[in-house]
Every structure is written in C-alpha cells, then in structure tokens.
Write a protein that binds this ligand. Structure first.
Ligand SMILES: [Zn+2]
Length: 481
C-alpha cells in the first residue's frame, strides 16, 4: 500500500487526525510516541504514514507486522488491529460504562463497554452503533468503519481531503457523509467554527480515510480543548504539553518538554505563528479563540506550556487566551486568600485552590505570571524586568518569623497581602521589617526580600511578596514537592 499523506486543514479535521495518531501511537507500543514524532509527523506540517504500517494496522492478528506492535487478543481473531487499538486506547482514556469502572475486563467486555460508552444516545457518536446489536455485529461495524481503499469509477470528492470517494451500493448515509451521529459539535453549532467549510447541509461527503479519523475525535475532545495550527507536528506537541500528558511533577515534565523544544521551534520557523487558534469544548458547545503571534510564542515555551497544564483551570486559560495578563495578579491574590482561609467560599471559578495544605496551585500561578511577564518584556526588546528568584523567596518564607498558627500572626499576613495588593510598598516594608526585628530570634532582614524593594516595577514587587506569602510555613503543611 502507498504511504498516506495527510495535510493540515480545518481545526476539526486536524483534531480528528490527532486522535487517529493517538490510536496509532498506542498500537505501536513503547515505540509509538517516538515513531509518531520522529518519522510520521514532518516539520513542514504534514503527516506521512508509511504504507506498510497502514497495511499492518488495517489487518487482523497474525498478518505480518513489526514485532513491537500491540497484537489483537486471541479471543478476537476477526478484529482488525486498528479496531482493537481504537478500543483499547478509548478504554485507557476512560471511555468505560459506569458499571464497568474498576473491574478487570476481558477483550470482548472491553469492546462492549467502549462501544456502549461512545454510541449511546447522548454520547460522542450518538446511535452510530445500535447498542442492542450482538458482539459480532459490533465488531463488524468497527472492522467496516476502519477500511481503506475506495470503490472505483466515481467522481465525487471527499469534502475534507479532496480524495475521490467510492460510494458502495447499499451503503448507509452514515458511512459516507458527516452527520450529527458522527459529530455532535458540528451538528449543533455551525456558527462557532469559522474555519470549517461546512454548509449546514447534512450531505457533506467523506471518504473512508477521513471517516476513520473522525471516529477518533473523542480522544482529543476529552481534554476539553484543542490548540490548532497549520502544522500537525506543532498540534501534537502543544496539545500533549498543555493537556498534561507529559505526566509527573513540574521538573520532570519540563525536562520532557525540553526535548520537544527543538522540534517545535524547527516547525514553527517555517510555518509562522499567524494561524494558531484554540478551541474549548463545553458540552455541545465549542468556544473559539484566535491565538495571536505573541501568545503563540508564549505557548511554545515549554516552561509556560507545562505550567499551564499544571494549573488546569479553564478560567485561567481563558484569561491567558484573551491576553488579559494584567488580570493574573488579581487571580493570584484571590487564590492566595482562599488558600490562607482554607476555603473558596463563593465558589469563585477563577480561584486556583486545592486546600489549605497545598500551596502549589498558587505557586504555579505565580511562576506562570512571572514567566509570561519576563517573556513579554523580552519580546518587546525592552530590558527584562528585574530578576527575582521565586524559589529562593519561598525558602526564606518558610523560615520567616510570621506565625500563621496564631490569630495575631494571621491578621498580620492578611494585612501584608492587602497592603501589597494596594501597592503600598513603604508600609509593606515596615511591616516586614518590624516582624523580623521584633522576633524572638532577632533575625536579619533577608537580602532577597530586601532586593524586592529596590525594584520600580510594581508587578514584580507584588509577585515577589505574593510568592513570599504563599511560602509561609503552616504547621499542617503538606510538603509533597
Ligand atoms: Zn477524505
């Protein structure tokens, strides 16, 4: 079979291709991620899937294939590999019926639970498969859906990729056109995706290849967002970074992200930063945000993307997507307050907070704001605002003579936070100085803290003091970082 070349198109198409590549990566086992990023995704934005890989993927178990691929279990000899990978990947991503969660399922039961969770009437692909069908009929559907090679002799072209489409006699309309059963988002909100060449009619013809991609959309939409660009390679990396697929703590994920850095920069160099967009999926609705070149550049910095994934708060994301960076200190202030009081009373969605014991959500937010500010100042060619070492400030805070376990101490910290918000630098200084000088141990005023007062940049000053407050020792603090 010939190699399959995929060119980036509308966001919806690109998201589905990303989902399909996720399925392939899964099927390729431990080598998967590397084969996708080093061999299939190209720096010119295309994806090229080798013909022999497609042949192996679209065949059942036992047919020749590379040794590292995941084989279909013996119980399902008729199912194509791609079908099994699609089932298993969906299963791994949590597309499981409620009653099956936490159970150990065999291969047949996995097919059943994935099919039931994806095709029921309010699921991702409503009624494409009848839940009452027996297992064989369901397997037949999956096998048939994932087919390649078109019937000859027709001159109708696919509305997405432009390939000729062969419409088989007796075939169902669901298999050859983009209906609401295949895409609830597109069926429901034609006004929200200006880049899609959809005419609102239910007759958009699709080829078998695209059809296979479209059945993988759930693997992307489950993240709640999709960043789209003119390059499938950039999409792959950015969406992985931002969805926290690079697991683990900040430092580990950052190291992993750095490996992508070279590829991302290479790809973006030739494609420009002009056409990036972000889609946020909420129930049946899609919110669309164009991403400016400035923001695109920020997202391409692994440290920033990684922090965003750690914060994982839709409102904070929206603030960043709207480039309302100046509003972030307000979010930091509110989150800090919630952390100190131990509750988010009004359930304010803008607050990042996961309990009194955990300072990391707010620390990450402070770090993110600082990184964005530094970067923007650098982009403008201006002097980067003064440097502060947030880690050092947090360490000093841990030893600071401000006791959050007494009411007097708490009140002092609230006052410190309030004065900082109002930017009353002198009063902040006096309050801190007094605390250090009058403490039992008569500690010296720490140099990194003193340095904060030398800056003329209000925002930098606030960021530093907020980091200090976030780092203050609490008796019941849980140091899990
Ligand atoms: Zn097509």
């Amino acid at each position: 079979m010939q190699d399959i070349e995929i060119y980036p198109a509308s966001w919806y198409y690109n998201a589905c291709v990303q989902g399909f590549l996720e399925v392939l990566a899964w099927g390729l086992g431990d080598e998967g991620e590397e084969i996708i990023t080093e061999q299939i995704l190209r720096s010119d934005g295309r994806a090229v899937i080798p013909g022999n890989l497609m042949t192996a993927a679209f065949s059942p178990r036992g047919t020749p294939a590379a040794v590292y691929i995941r084989e279909v279990p013996e119980d399902l000899p008729q199912l194509k590999r791609i079908g099994w990978w699609w089932v298993e990947k969906s299963y791994e991503e949590g597309f499981i019926r409620k009653e099956d969660r936490g159970k150990l399922l065999n291969a047949e039961a996995k097919v059943e639970t994935v099919v039931r969770s994806l095709f029921h009437k309010s699921a991702n692909y409503p009624n494409l498969v009848q839940l009452t069908w027996d297992l064989n009929k369901k397997l037949g559907f999956i096998n048939n859906w994932f087919s390649i090679g078109e019937a000859e002799g027709l001159d109708i072209r696919c509305g997405f990729c432009g390939r000729k489409v062969g419409i088989e006699k007796g075939g169902s309309v669901y298999e050859t056109s983009l209906t609401r059963s295949l895409s609830i988002h597109i069926g429901n909100g034609p006004n929200v995706f200006p880049n899609l060449f959809w005419d609102g009619l239910p007759g958009l013809i699709i080829c078998k290849q695209c059809r296979a991609y479209f059945l993988c959309f759930h693997l992307v939409s489950k993240n709640g967002f999709f960043i789209n660009s003119d390059s499938l390679l950039v999409n792959w990396h950015l969406n992985h970074l931002l969805s926290g697929k690079v697991n683990g703590y900040y430092h580990q994920s950052l190291l992993k992200a750095m490996q992508y850095d070279r590829q991302l920069r290479g790809a973006i160099g030739s494609w420009g930063l002009q056409n990036m967009e972000e889609l946020i999926f909420e129930r049946d609705q899609v919110k669309y945000y164009p991403v400016s070149a400035t923001l695109a550049r920020l997202l391409l910095i692994p440290g920033i993307a990684t922090l965003m994934s750690q914060i994982a708060n839709n409102r904070v994301w929206e603030i960043i997507l709207q480039e309302r960076f100046d509003y972030l200190p307000t979010v930091i202030y509110k989150s800090l307050r919630a952390m100190l009081t131990g509750e988010n009373k009004e359930k304010d969605p803008e607050i990042v907070f996961s309990g009194h014991n955990n300072a990391w959500p707010v620390n990450n937010l402070i770090q993110l704001y600082y990184a964005i500010r530094q970067q923007l100042a650098g982009n403008k060619g201006g002097a980067i605002m003064g440097y502060i070492n947030l880690k050092e400030i947090r360490e000093i805070a841990r030893m600071a003579p401000l006791d959050l376990n007494t009411n007097v101490g708490k009140n002092l910290v609230y006052r410190l936070m309030e004065l900082t918000r109002l930017n009353k630098k002198t009063e902040v200084y006096h309050l801190l100085l007094r605390s250090y000088l009058t403490s039992d141990t008569k500690r010296q005023f720490p140099v990194p803290l003193a340095r904060l007062f030398e800056t003329n940049d209000h925002e930098l000053f606030k960021t530093g003091i907020y980091a200090f407050i976030a780092g203050l020792n609490r008796s019941d603090i849980n140091e899990n970082f």
